[in-house]
Ligand binder design. Structure first.
Ligand code: ATP
Ligand code: SF4
Ligand code: MG
Length: 350
């Protein structure tokens, strides 16, 4: 849902979140390392990055389905990270998740009606008739027939199962839904149907969404703001249109380069950064800027100092030394650098 600047209220606040996994022989894997962001009421924040960058772990830690090592998570006024495990139950009503795999997220032994009714039974005192009405409404919301309540998950396609999973996530009218790659396992035409469904739900509810995906084109469609994650850290955040049209971090520019443009002429002449090499292991991240081993613009300072979050023209932040050293972009896009003569001709955008 679109909100005016006056009506914005942070619904989810994540402050300096760390999640470390003990992977044996005394080794610690920093899956999430100092991540901070917020999602306003009724807003969708997209979270993108390559496989293994820590997106799911971030989403799971927000819901306390993975245990944060340090940092704070607030849902409204509730400090989620401060709750004991038995205090988490009421929180489950307020926060929900939709997983990537529609084939394993539903219980094969329960009918659709039972699976939609279960959260209502656990978390509300509604009568049977009232619950039945809610289940019907939830099916209407995801555009499935009310007659499906007596059927089992194996009678449905992947797209239909994802609709059921979305209905189950929304049935308690939650404050926050984490969507962890909800369309990645679906074919392209089903993906667009589910994206349209989510857009309709966003319009009609005050629910906030954290929408995790690899596919930047999808994230741009559904998210007002985007956060880009690399090796456990946020490298860039900002309004989605700015992040896509004028990326201020070389990693974002590289991710954007991977999105095909339908117009062949524009595709040929576009600015591109090709992302080479593999993502380093989070067990042994590079010193300074973690992207430096793959960055075409890496400077000496990049190995020595972790870049601070630098405010960007058009909104948001990027953690890159290019905004304070070398070509000195002064808060602008990195796209002009891609043509190659940037290191001898310092670029100042204004
Ligand atoms: N339970 C776990 N134990 C140990 N390491 C884990 C665990 N869960 C995740 N990791 C590691 O943490 C890092 C981040 O994983 P995560 O699943 O959050 O990434 P992701 O961005 O969601 O990736 P993908 O796009 O493939 O879903 C990876 O290196 C992963 O191997
Ligand atoms: S800080 Fe340096 S290595 Fe990192 S993205 Fe910026 S230029 Fe590249
Ligand atoms: Mg994941």
């Amino acid at each position: 849902m679109t909100t005016t600047s006056e009506s914005r209220v942070p619904k989810l606040r994540v402050e300096d979140l760390e999640v470390t996994f003990d992977v044996g022989r005394g080794r610690k894997l920093h899956a999430v390392d100092g991540v901070s962001f917020h999602v306003d009421e009724g807003e969708t924040l997209g979270l993108v990055g390559e496989s293994g960058s820590g997106k799911s772990t971030t989403g799971m830690a927000v819901l306390r389905l993975a245990e944060p090592t340090s940092g704070r998570v607030y849902l409204g006024d509730t400090e989620v990270t401060g709750l004991r495990s038995r205090q988490l139950r009421p929180l489950r009503k307020r926060m929900q998740i939709v997983f990537q795999d529609p084939y394993s997220s539903l219980d094969p032994s329960m009918t659709i009606g039972q699976q939609l009714d279960e959260p209502l039974k656990v978390h509300t005192s509604l009568s049977k008739a009232e619950r039945r009405a809610r289940v019907d409404e939830a099916l209407d919301t995801v555009k499935l027939s009310r007659r499906y309540t007596s059927r089992y998950p194996n009678e449905f396609s992947g797209g239909q199962r994802q609709r059921i999973a979305i209905a189950r996530a929304m049935i308690l009218d939650p404050e926050l839904v984490v969507c962890d790659e909800p369309v990645s396992a679906l074919d392209v035409s089903t993906q667009s149907q589910i994206v349209n469904l989510l857009l309709g739900i966003q319009e009609q509810s005050r629910t906030s969404f954290l929408f995790i995906a690899h596919d930047l084109a999808v994230v741009r469609l559904v998210s007002a703001r985007t956060a880009v994650m690399y090796l456990g850290q946020l490298v860039e955040t900002g309004p989605s249109a700015r992040v896509y049209d004028a990326p201020a971090h070389p990693y974002t520019a590289a991710l954007n380069s991977a999105i095909p443009i339908p117009d062949p002429d524009r595709q040929r002449t576009r600015d591109r950064i090709v992302l080479g090499g593999d993502q380093p292991s989070p067990l042994t991240p590079p010193s300074g800027c973690r992207f430096r081993t793959r960055c075409p613009f890496a400077m000496e300072v990049c190995a020595e100092e972790a870049p601070p979050q630098y405010p960007i023209d058009g909104g948001g932040y990027a953690a890159c030394h290019l905004h304070t050293h070398g070509p000195q972009l002064r808060g602008a896009s990195v796209l002009p650098l891609i043509h190659g003569d940037h290191l001898t001709t310092p670029l100042v955008s204004r």
